[in-house]
Design a protein around this ligand. Structure first.
Ligand SMILES: NC(=O)c1ccc[n+]([C@@H]2O[C@H](COP(=O)([O-])OP(=O)(O)OC[C@H]3O[C@@H](n4cnc5c(N)ncnc54)[C@H](OP(=O)(O)O)[C@@H]3O)[C@@H](O)[C@H]2O)c1
Length: 278
């Protein structure tokens, strides 16, 4: 499996599993979701992304159950709500996430998006959590270039280990300014909604490229993101067939002709605009 280096040098898997919309419904669905996360681990998807927001802690609970006895196998990412990102509140929110995740540490803890709490307070809380061993790294999400510049100017701001943003073959707005800025600083980008919440799996052009490789459109969309340096891709999947496909997307080698065709089908915007947020 391809890996990506965090700013401190630790390498993490470039392909993992998202968990938005897990933990929302019945006990039977929940059991299926626990099984799906375990299947992802069996397949070697060794990075799992979640957040306190997802199903109001429900997704973290699903993952906690799935990781029982298998915690060492994954790089675990969770996120704090902006309104919980204060000096003391972030520490309390992290403790609650740890309990739901049934673990003593989160590998990467992200500020889900910018709210009204001053960034300096959040960084202070994250550094306290790191010093106490509750989190190993911290980062941000939905930050554009100006937000990162503000963060990097703060004491310890350069310790930020990743920025998670919307990035997919059809949503390439981040390529105008954010991607080069992050690359220049060696800050990995975690690509969320890599399948446009499932829509890219039905893209006719990507499907045609996939057919040449015996692959699906979704696999092409994931493999395309994996060709980008310093990008970590976190498709969410609960169906066994999807999990299997997504894992093997890492072995799909797109040719220069495939990449040129994707640029033609889904070109990046010519001018910089606001980054897409869901
Ligand atoms: N930081 C943020 O603000 C933020 C925002 C959004 C998302 N995220 C994170 O990023 C993760 C991924 O984004 P997302 O869940 O919104 O969307 P996504 O990963 O782009 O798409 C997920 C959807 O695609 C389907 N799917 C997965 N693999 C497939 C395949 N091989 N073929 C066909 N369909 C497939 C899934 O179906 P099944 O589940 O039925 O298999 C699910 O409906 C989230 O789960 C979350 O962890 C973060």
């Amino acid at each position: 499996m391809k890996t990506v280096a965090l700013p401190g040098g630790e390498r993490v898997p470039a392909l993992g599993l998202g968990s938005w919309r897990m933990g929302e419904s019945s006990a039977r669905t929940r059991a299926d979701e626990v099984a799906a996360v375990r299947r992802a681990l069996d397949l070697g998807l060794a990075l799992v992304d979640t957040a306190e927001m997802y199903a109001d802690g429900g997704a973290e609970r699903v993952i906690g159950e799935a990781l029982e006895g298998r915690r060492e196998e994954v790089f675990l990412v969770s996120k704090v709500y902006p309104h919980n990102a204060g000096r003391r509140a972030a520490v309390a929110a992290c403790e609650r996430s740890l309990e739901r995740l049934r673990t003593d540490r989160i590998d990467l803890y992200l500020l889900h998006w910018r709210g009204t709490v001053p960034l300096a307070e959040t960084v202070e809380a994250f550094e306290r959590l790191r010093a106490g061993g509750k989190i190993r790294h911290w980062g941000v999400s939905n930050f554009d270039v100006e937000d990162l510049d503000e963060l990097w100017a703060l004491p310890h701001g350069a310790r930020c280990a990743a920025n998670q943003v919307y990035y997919s073959a059809s949503q390439r707005g981040v390529e105008a300014a954010l991607v080069p800025r992050q690359r220049g600083r060696g800050l990995p980008l975690m690509a969320y909604c890599p399948l446009d919440e499932g829509a890219l799996a039905r893209h006719a052009g990507l499907a045609a490229i996939g057919r040449r490789h015996g692959a699906s459109a979704a696999q092409v969309a994931i493999a395309w993101l994996l060709t980008r340096p310093d990008v970590i891709v976190i498709p969410k999947a609960s169906r066994a067939e999807h999990l299997q496909q997504n894992r093997t997307a890492a072995d799909l080698e797109l040719t220069p002709a495939d990449l040129a065709e994707i640029d033609r089908l889904l070109p990046p915007p010519k001018r910089r605009g606001p980054i897409k947020v869901v």
